[in-house]
Design a protein around this ligand. Structure first.
Ligand SMILES: Cc1cc2nc3c(=O)[nH]c(=O)nc-3n(C[C@H](O)[C@H](O)[C@H](O)COP(=O)(O)OP(=O)(O)OC[C@H]3O[C@@H](n4cnc5c(N)ncnc54)[C@H](O)[C@@H]3O)c2cc1C
Length: 533
């Protein structure tokens, strides 16, 4: 029968690109199918002004090739979207990846053929791909969430989504702009749009905690120093909670005197970024410690934003610090001191409907030429449930997950043999440095494929009991933290009708990867491995 490859990979972001390279290294024939016209995934789609990574670039980059990490020069501590996309293209060229990537092609359906032990994969280009193994590198944050704003069809201006930004860019000069959403993308875009637009109105439902990036160029000396220590730093990252080499859990807030606390909070604030969350051992475990860390940030906001009413509106109060994804910004709070920026609290004064020239809340009307939606994603499962994936006996993955997504180790789903998910629900995914998380999954899956070939195994399937046990571990460990005390996208709370199940694994990247290694060392406990006969 037709067989196009040993492995079909869906998605050409950091996960899919490395999966292709690793599969080839092991002698497998792999083909990648990608909706976009280029590699890069997240960094291909999210071209909004101000888009950049918030894990430092020397860490948020591939470690699998020492030549690559030594030769590449990151201009800034936190690289811009164009620089990260340039890097992804360089990787594609350097490892000759494009010849096995089918661009501009969306996978619409995949069906496991039990008689032949192969996946049949359909695309919107009309083709059918057949392969024994299917690897979903479809991304955790790759399906934009478009809110249901009443009357949006009435609006005569332009509507843009940060995650599907026009390739040619947007010039806001002289325009009135409205923006909906103050999560990571909104917080990055707002200072840039404010500098260009005539006027910017920020419609805020939930304020989020944001820590300054203190971004800037990486000096040649710092770059050389870090490169000289790369193997040590990568080792440290692989053995860390967040997959990064910053020092973690060095301080317990409640063990410190009030004066010492202020010193430590100020130190982490000045270091910037996620260090403010990951330096403190008890911040996500203890509500009192969390509130102290939160109040320090609120006081910073009150110190930066001159108008006290606006400052108070920007202070998050309804959820624990860090329970919604922490934001990292450049000049976000300062932007509200500009005369051309206004903040509207749409929780207090909800949007009624959109008009031809803007929108109406219960008490006011607002005019603008362009509406920017910075409203996030159907996270972690959205890209998978949009595809018609049918496993054993024609069971649909979407149906299987209707009460909440479960995947053994976040890697494989019972009833869906020979299919693997990279950064799937139940893996650390969005709580870790995701380039490293991609590498760890790719390497683990590749080793299992090699093991199967060596041992004549044709069918690999997660055991349903092992999957249930893992799902319970994921839920219970999240319940022991403060993560579940916010209506976050980690829980699916931003998508109406989505089951509220905490999806990422909170025990840390290092604990998780050791668990995966132990599963492999035990001969893949929790998986059924069967020969084809
Ligand atoms: C604005 C933004 C900033 C971020 N910053 C950071 C950061 O600083 N640090 C961090 O760790 N993480 C960050 N992330 C998370 C980021 O998604 C990951 O770091 C990483 O890029 C994920 O790579 P991936 O290959 O798994 O998925 P993606 O990069 O999302 O790639 C998935 C690809 O699959 C394709 N695809 C999906 N469905 C189909 C289909 N049916 N058919 C064909 N192709 C399909 C998509 O088009 C996409 O190209 C950020 C995310 C966003 C949106």
């Amino acid at each position: 029968m037709q067989q196009d490859a040993d492995v079909i990979v869906v998605g050409a972001g950091f996960a899919g690109m490395y999966m292709l390279h690793r599969a080839r290294q092991l002698g497998f024939r792999a083909v990648v199918i990608e909706t976009g016209s280029e590699v890069g995934g997240t960094w291909y789609w999210n071209r909004y002004p101000g888009a950049r990574c918030d894990v430092q670039s020397m860490s948020y980059s591939y470690s699998f090739s020492d030549d690559l990490q030594q030769e590449w020069v990151w201009p800034d501590r936190y690289a811009t979207q164009p620089d990260i996309l340039r890097y992804a293209k360089h990787v594609a060229d350097r490892f000759d990846l494009r010849r096995d990537i089918r661009f501009n092609t969306r996978v619409t359906a995949a069906r496991f053929d039990q008689a032949q032990n192969v996946w049949q994969i359909e695309t919107d280009a009309g083709g059918l791909f057949v392969a024994p193994f299917l690897i979903m590198a479809t991304g955790c944050l790759s399906v934009p969430k478009v809110p249901d704003v009443p009357g949006i069809k009435n609006f005569r201006g332009r509507v843009l989504h940060t995650a599907n930004w026009p390739q040619e860019g947007v010039d806001f000069s002289g325009q009135g702009v409205g923006i909906l959403g103050t999560g990571s993308s909104g917080i990055q875009a707002i200072p840039h749009i404010a500098q260009q637009a005539r006027h910017l109105t920020v419609f805020q439902r939930t304020p989020n905690f944001s820590i300054p990036a203190w971004n800037g160029p990486i000096s040649p000396q710092t770059q050389a120093d870090l490169k000289g220590r790369y193997s040590e730093l990568r080792y440290k990252s692989r053995n860390s909670y967040a997959g990064d080499y910053a020092d973690e859990y060095v301080v317990s807030i409640l063990d410190l005197s009030p004066q010492e606390r202020e010193v430590q909070f100020e130190k982490r604030w000045q270091e910037g970024g996620f260090n403010y969350q990951y330096a403190f051992a008890d911040v996500m475990e203890n509500a009192q410690a969390n509130e102290l860390a939160a109040e320090f940030v609120r006081n910073k906001i009150r110190g930066i934003v001159r108008d006290s009413k606006t400052a108070e509106m920007l202070c998050p109060k309804g959820h624990p610090f860090g329970a919604k994804r922490l934001c990292v910004d450049t000049g976000y709070y300062e932007t509200y001191n500009r005369p051309n920026v206004a903040l509207v609290d749409i929780r207090a004064d909800p949007i009624q409907d959109m008009t031809a020239g803007g929108l109406r809340t219960a008490t006011s009307t607002y005019s603008f030429d362009t509406l920017v939606l910075a409203t996030g994603f159907d996270a972690m499962t959205g890209a998978l449930t949009r595809i018609d994936i049918r496993g054993r006996d024609g069971v649909l993955l979407r149906d299987r997950w209707q009460d909440g997504a479960k995947a053994y180790l976040g890697l494989a789903v019972a009833g869906f043999p020979n299919m693997f998910t990279i950064n799937g629900p139940g893996s650390p995914s969005v709580l870790a440095n995701m380039v490293l998380a991609c590498e760890q999954h790719v390497e683990w899956i590749a080793a299992l494929l090699a093991h199967s070939r060596e041992n004549g195994i044709a069918v690999i399937e997660a055991d349903s009991v092992a999957q249930e046990d893992w799902a319970r571990e994921v839920t219970e460990s999240a319940d022991r933290t403060l993560y579940t005390r916010a209506a976050s996208w980690y829980l699916g709370a931003n998508v109406p009708g989505k089951p509220r199940v905490f999806m990422p694994y909170v025990e840390g990247f290092c604990v998780y990867s050791r668990t995966c290694d132990a599963v492999a060392a035990s001969g893949y406990s929790g998986f059924h491995l069967a020969s084809g006969g």
